[in-house]
Design a protein around this ligand. Structure first.
Ligand SMILES: C[S@@+](CC[C@H](N)C(=O)[O-])C[C@H]1O[C@@H](n2cnc3c(N)ncnc32)[C@H](O)[C@@H]1O
Length: 280
């Protein structure tokens, strides 16, 4: 693992092994995966393009993008996730991708070499603004002019909403976590081994903060989209086709509505590295 004080928190949480299947139920993509793919499909350059998946975890997205014909390179700070991603790649030899340990702030890719960089995870766990800025500047460095960055943050009020829906706000320990999230975005689980469902050390974004961070790293044309919409709070209905359609309808209906984006569990900011060569 890369030597970093954060790595201990990450290992304590992710070594429990939940991450590999988190995005699926009975082998089917859940709301977060469905919507993230749907949104990124609009913004990513067409395949084949060089796509760098930073914080790619066990490789659920990388495997899908590789099957779509992208030239995918996954980096993650955790050895376990890199091994799992390698297994996912080995399971589809016709559509393989590479997986390597690296920190989002130092990715071993040449300058101006990628068509797209996706960060679906590192900004959650880089809890200080300067750390998140370093990861976004690294994305900027490795992107070609005109390349696309897609950066996801966890919503500031996600613990409050999740706790409300599940009744966890009745637990003083959880209530304190959710209340602090709302004050400064710093999500801290005092006992991540006992309560892994309450996540680990993280930063939870306001929508406008995520946009500002991506712009401050030098990206243009930054769009902000709510990923799941309000339906993530009723995911027990996801297996009902009619309710599933309603969840997707609701997510699409409010994805760009500023007063509603914070209701999603995850926020997506997409921007472009300036300087694309104009055709003709
Ligand atoms: C919630 S998981 C998301 C995994 C995957 N991208 C997804 O969306 O399903 C967050 C991932 O970010 C990784 N991560 C956190 N901080 C990182 C950093 N500084 N550099 C690289 N990866 C990081 C974690 O190890 C973990 O695999």
């Amino acid at each position: 693992m890369v030597d970093d004080p954060l790595a201990a928190h990450l290992s304590a949480h992710y070594d429990l092994g939940f991450e590999r299947d988190r995005l699926f139920r009975d082998g089917e993509p859940r709301l977060e995966l469905t919507r993230t793919l749907e949104l990124l499909d609009r913004f990513l350059p067409s395949a084949p393009a060089r796509l760098i998946d930073v914080g790619g975890g066990p490789g659920a997205y990388a495997a899908i993008w590789a099957r779509q014909g992208y030239d995918v390179h996954l980096y993650d700070v955790l050895e376990l996730h890199v091994q799992q991603a390698q297994q996912a790649s080995d399971a589809q030899p016709e559509h393989s991708f590479t997986a390597q340990v690296a920190d989002a702030r130092s990715i071993p890719e040449p300058d101006a070499s990628a068509d797209a960089v996706v960060l679906l995870g590192p900004l959650y766990h880089l809890t200080e603004p300067a750390e998140r800025a370093a990861a976004l500047l690294e994305a900027w460095r490795i992107l070609k002019p005109g390349g696309v960055v897609a950066a996801v943050g966890i919503s500031r009020s996600s613990a409050l909403l999740d706790g409300l829906w599940r009744g966890w706000l009745g637990y003083p320990v959880f209530r304190a976590i959710a209340e602090r999230d709302l004050v400064d975005g710093q999500h801290r689980n005092p006992d991540p081994i006992r309560y892994p469902q309450w996540f680990t050390t993280a930063y939870f974004h306001r929508p406008e903060e995520l946009v500002a961070e991506v712009k401050d790293a030098g990206f243009d044309a930054v769009s902000l989209l709510g990923i799941e919409g309000p339906g993530w709070l009723m995911q027990e209905h996801w297996s009902d086709p009619d309710r599933r359609e309603q969840m997707l309808l609701a997510a699409r209906a409010v994805e760009s509505e500023p007063t509603m984006s914070g209701l999603s569990a995850h926020l997506l900011a997409v921007g472009t590295k300036p300087g694309a060569v104009q055709p003709g």
